[in-house]
Structures are given as C-alpha cells and as structure tokens.
Design a protein around this ligand. Structure first.
Ligand code: FAD
Ligand code: NAP
Length: 338
C-alpha cells in the first residue's frame, strides 16, 4: 500500500469539510492491508479508518494516517430453506448491499435503504432507521487488530450493540479495522412496517401487501423528500442522538410541553426526538456563519458551502446549550469528531 502525503479529504467526507491528511493510504486488498499493518505502519501513529465519511466531522487537518477501506465483495456463505448468510467486504457501499439483497429476495435490511456509507462502518454505531437496526440481522464480523495484524471474529454479543452504539465506539475505538460483515437474512421475510411513516407511504403508493421491494421503495421515497442529499449540501445525517430519559424526567417536561412526541426506549426509558427539542429552541432553519440547521429536519446540521469543522461545532455547542437550558437534557453527539 502506498502512503500519499498532504491529501485533501474534502471529497471523502459528506460534510464537505476542506481539510488535509498528512498521510493517506487506500486498502483495496485484504492481504496487502494485513501485510501493511504487520509491517508496523500503524504503530504509534494517529490512525483514522475511513469508510464513506458520512458520520464524521473534521475539526481541522488530520495529523496522522488515514486509511480508506475499499475492500469489496458480496458472497453467500450459507443458505437454508428460509435463511441466508451473506458476507460483504467492508468497502462495499451499504446501499449497494441493501439493493443486492432486495434483488435476490433476501429480507431484513430493506428499512435501512439509502443510509450513506460503507458496510464496514455499519456495526460501529449499529446503524438504524425506520424501526430496524443492524443488530437485528447481524451475524458476525471479521476485524484486523491494528497493533498485531491478527484477524479475529466478533459475534453479536461481543459487539455490545446498543442504540446507535457498539463496543467499537467505546473500549475498542480505533483498535480494529473491520474487514467484513456477515448478516443472517430471511428468504421469506415479513417486513417491519410498524414505523408510522412507512405505512402512510405504502398507502399513498396503493400497496396493501408489501414485500421487501415495496418497503425499500417506500423508505427511499420518504428519505428523498425529507433528508438533504450530501451530494447537494454537506451534512452527516443526524448530528445528535435522540436522548433516552427516565419516566420521571419525561413527565416533568411533558407538564410544560403536552404535545411532546415520545417513543418507548430500552429498559423502561423514554426516547424523545432530539430534532423536536431543537425545533422548540427555535433553531430549525437557522444559520450561524457558514453552518446551518436544516429547514426540514432540525437534527441535521449542514455546511452552507465553505464551513469549517469548527464553525459546525460552534453551532452544535450553541444548540446543546439551548436544549440544556430549556429541557435540562445534555444532547450527545452522534457524529464522530476528529
Ligand atoms: P465513516 O463516516 O467513514 O466512519 C464513521 C466511523 O466509523 C469513524 O469513527 C471511522 O473511523 C469508523 N469506521 C469506518 N469504517 C471502519 C472500518 N472498516 N473499521 C473500523 N472503523 C471504521 N446513520 C444511521 O444509523 N441511520 C440513518 O438512517 C442514517 N442516515 C444518514 C443520512 C445522511 C444523509 C447521512 C449523511 C448520514 C446518515 N447516517 C445514518 C450516518 C452514516 O451514514 C452511518 O453512520 C454510516 O454507517 C457511516 O458510514 P461511513 O462508511 O460513511 O463511516
Ligand atoms: P422522524 O420520522 O421525523 O422521527 C423523529 C424521531 O422519532 C426518529 O429519530 C425516531 O427515532 C423517532 N420515531 C419516530 N417514529 C418512531 C416509531 N414509530 N418508533 C420508534 N421511534 C420513532 O425521523 P427522521 O429524521 O425522518 O428519520 C427517520 C428514520 O431514519 C429514523 O429512524 C432515523 O433514526 C433515521 N435517520 C437517521 C439518521 C442518522 O444520521 N442517524 C439520519 C436520517 C434518518 P430513531 O432515530 O430511534 O428511529
């Protein structure tokens, strides 16, 4: 693998932040990558593994080695009457995998259509949308230890998946390069259409017995209407996580905001849409310097053209402070800041 110097990362992050990496390399081949790690190129270095750059905010130039993971390949490892085990390389575009599975009749990830980024990043925050999370179909992954160059496999329990979270965002952050992900999908899938917006969309499409293709089309239509396309305006999707609060806290806020939307969270907690809170603080559609809050979804921060990462962070901090003052809730960033 060749190390390039002073490479612009603007085309490699969906926020379109114009920064440089002091060292940059692309991994297209597994053996090459393993040898590169074993030769010690990552030792004692500030290393960033980059997929599609759609969940990243660069706050300045990256002084270290960026490795862009481009390992391709989708294969069926095993199949039974109902189930199929599909393995995909970390560099496969996640949405390509979703379409591949829909085309082959493998159900389980159709609700996750049009999520930008790579297969390799999908376990990092246990990607989720429209009532489905990666963990619902996850089987295992293979990862490369950045220190030893050894490859190990992680089962579902070992990934410690939680709401937009996994062990790879915590204890093992930066310690492994995910090489491939295997999913256990269904050949006779009963799609999950419990998320209100999907049902409404299917109704509008005139579909009353949807299969995985129709659900994928419904989610695609909703997302295209509501979310900014990173090709047109720089963004990294939801900037903050939806907070999950105690029932007591929920009732306190509900007394002041009787119309507050809420959903059941894990462990008896209550999930409140962070976008709604940001909207109550009058941030929706607001601009600060070259950064702004999207005018259709307040949870998404956007680059108006020439924003620096610091400008986006300044806006994020102002929003966090407003939400804390109004609701007493400390929003947690979902985007990874480097
Ligand atoms: P990157 O941004 O490149 O990396 C993210 C993190 O993962 C970094 O810390 C990076 O170091 C690490 N990483 C990446 N690849 C590897 C690897 N192979 N091994 C080890 N570490 C790695 N997310 C959702 O969950 N649901 C959504 O519905 C959703 N919608 C979005 C909509 C838009 C318009 C945008 C811009 C983003 C959205 N996201 C959503 C966020 C994002 O698409 C996902 O988090 C996605 O999985 C990030 O993939 P990536 O390849 O771009 O990761
Ligand atoms: P939305 O439908 O306006 O709803 C706002 C929030 O309320 C969502 O974030 C969702 O939480 C929650 N919600 C709504 N209906 C729900 C239900 N029936 N059951 C449980 N929770 C419900 O949200 P949106 O912004 O248009 O996004 C739609 C979906 O795409 C969401 O699942 C969202 O997470 C996902 N998405 C994620 C990103 C990202 O970057 N992470 C970006 C865009 C969209 P959840 O987020 O927990 O689902």
């Amino acid at each position: 693998m060749k190390i390039l110097k002073n490479i612009s990362l603007k085309a490699y992050n969906t926020f379109n932040i114009d920064v440089k990496a002091s060292d940059y390399a692309e991994a297209n081949d597994l053996t090459e990558l393993v040898n590169f790690v074993k030769e010690g190129h990552l030792r004692d270095k500030n290393v960033l593994i980059l997929g599609g750059g759609s969940n990243i905010l660069f706050s300045g130039d990256f002084d270290g080695l960026v490795i862009r993971n481009r390992i391709e390949g989708i294969e069926v490892k095993e199949q039974g009457v109902d189930m199929v085990l599909v393995k995909a390389g970390a560099g496969v575009v996640w949405d390509d995998l979703v379409h591949h599975c829909i085309d082959h009749g493998y159900g389980g990830i159709e609700n996750l259509v049009l999520i930008p980024g790579s297969v390799g990043a999908s376990p990092i925050q246990n990607i989720g949308a429209y009532g489905v999370e990666l963990k619902d179909v996850f089987h295992s992954l293979e990862a490369l230890d950045v220190n030893s160059g050894d490859i190990r496999s992680f089962g579902k329990e070992e990934c410690v998946f939680a709401y937009r979270d996994s062990i790879f965002k915590k204890e093992l952050k930066g310690k492994y390069i995910i090489l491939s992900v295997s999913l256990l999908l269904s050949r006779d899938h009963d799609p999950d259409i419990s998320y209100g917006a999907i049902l409404d969309e299917l109704k509008a499409m005139g579909v009353d017995r949807p299969g995985i293709r129709e659900v994928g089309e419904a989610v695609t239509a909703i997302r295209q209407r509501k979310l900014p396309d990173p090709e047109e305006v720089g963004n990294a999707g939801s900037f903050f996580k939806n907070p999950v609060i105690t029932e007591k806290k929920y009732h306190e806020i509900r007394n002041r905001y009787p119309d507050m939307p809420s959903y059941k969270g894990a462990l008896g907690l209550v999930k409140i849409p962070a976008g709604w809170m940001i909207e109550q603080c009058a941030w929706k559609g607001q601009t600060l310097g070259n950064a702004a809050v999207h005018d259709r979804q307040a949870l998404v921060l956007v680059n108006k053209g020439n924003a620096t990462g610091k400008e986006v962070l300044r806006l994020a901090r102002r929003i966090k402070a407003s939400v804390f003052d109004e609701f007493g809730i400390d929003l947690e960033m979902e985007v990874n800041v480097y």
